[in-house]
Design a binder for this molecule. Sequence first.
Ligand SMILES: Cc1cc2nc3c(=O)[nH]c(=O)nc-3n(C[C@H](O)[C@H](O)[C@H](O)COP(=O)(O)OP(=O)(O)OC[C@H]3O[C@@H](n4cnc5c(N)ncnc54)[C@H](O)[C@@H]3O)c2cc1C
Length: 418
Amino acid sequence: MRIAIVGAGISGLVIAHLLHGQHDITVFESADYAGGHTNTIRVDTAYETHHVDTGFIVFNDRNYPNFERLLNRLGVAWQPSTMSFSVSDGMGDFEYSGASPNGLFANRRHLLTPWFHRMVSDLARFNRAARSLLAAPGTGARPGPSLGEWLERHNFSAPFIERLIVPQVSAVWSADPGQMWSFPARFLAEFFDNHGMLGFSSRPRWRVIRGGSARYVEALTAPFADRIRLRTPVRAIRREDGGVLVWPRGAEPLRYDEVVLATHSDQALALLQDATDSERQVLGAIPYQVNEAVLHSDRRLLPRRRRAWASWNYHWQPDPAPRATVTYHMNRLQSLQAEREFCVTLNRTDAIDPERVIRKITYAHPVYTARGVAAQRRVEEVSGRRRTHFCGAYWGWGFHEDGVRSALRVAERFGAPL
Ligand SMILES: Cc1cc2nc3c(=O)[nH]c(=O)nc-3n(C[C@H](O)[C@H](O)[C@H](O)COP(=O)(O)OP(=O)(O)OC[C@H]3O[C@@H](n4cnc5c(N)ncnc54)[C@H](O)[C@@H]3O)c2cc1C
């Protein structure tokens, strides 16, 4: 079969990898590299070369079974990483890291601050309440309480909500802190539970790809690199009797037997000239939000006190910006031995010394709501119909394993399992 695959992120590349041996595939990618959110930047300094990740960074030994299987199959090496989280106001008055008691009380004044102690003790209560929520009978098709309703019901303190849980959720999903009140509480509890975040023991072991995430993309694409058309955005798609028409930019339409849309949900919908009502409803229910990422070496974006530094550092602001504001400390995450601190900061570009900016990149993340979670369950209603298949991390939690899983679902339809 002639199959067009639109998008060369993890989802599109996995489906391409599984299909290329049996089918005549073409992968269309608008960017000038394959990988999508897997985007490793080579940085040359006077003495060293580093390969620093900017999008996909970490995975773990518990929640990424299919991605891990893929890495093993490709023979791609990984190395341990450390996952820790800090919240800081950037001025040193308020900052803590969850990594150790020394980090938790990085600002020693917090030893004597009652609301700080209440914030910490509310965490244990939150973990218990979230476990009870999961143990309660399912809500069936109903979405259950939103995070806002649920937090209010349990009477958590304002510092706990504003300075601990909102930063965590906002950082995990790169989500607007203001939008999270409508986040389905159960969706969040399930994710926290799956990732060992509802307790202090039994945490998964985190990993990064040795030499940067791009190393797995190279291995994955090697057998079909000649089938990938970079800098070739698809402009439109139309389904017809007996085939699918795909319009690459500046070219005549090309006819395929099937098309796999491995872009984001909103991008996929925009491409369909003849979208059905179901496609509009399902894809339209999972919007994406733009986040600006900057790779830089301005250490002022890390907490003031070194003992509060963590792998993920959330920027707390009294009036939160309508975007997640977080700095990933890449030296820590990728064990980089460097004479400078490599950081990736989301949505705080103005605070970064322009002299220390290495690269600016625009990414987009799915925005999860109860409507979106309900739409995910309708995948079979749209995917695999009318010669059109949809994959992408947005069908799950929005992470790498979800991208792989969504590709495996599509691959099964073609009889090509991993
Ligand atoms: C800053 C950041 C950090 C992250 N960290 C992690 C992490 O540590 N661990 C984790 O598991 N996940 C992480 N993620 C989540 C990540 O988004 C997913 O893991 C996954 O990489 C998304 O894959 P995808 O295939 O769904 O989409 P993408 O990787 O975005 O791929 C979609 C591709 O489609 C292309 N495209 C779009 N429209 C067209 C068109 N019209 N024509 C042709 N091509 C098109 C795009 O250029 C892109 O390459 C992170 C994301 C970001 C942004």
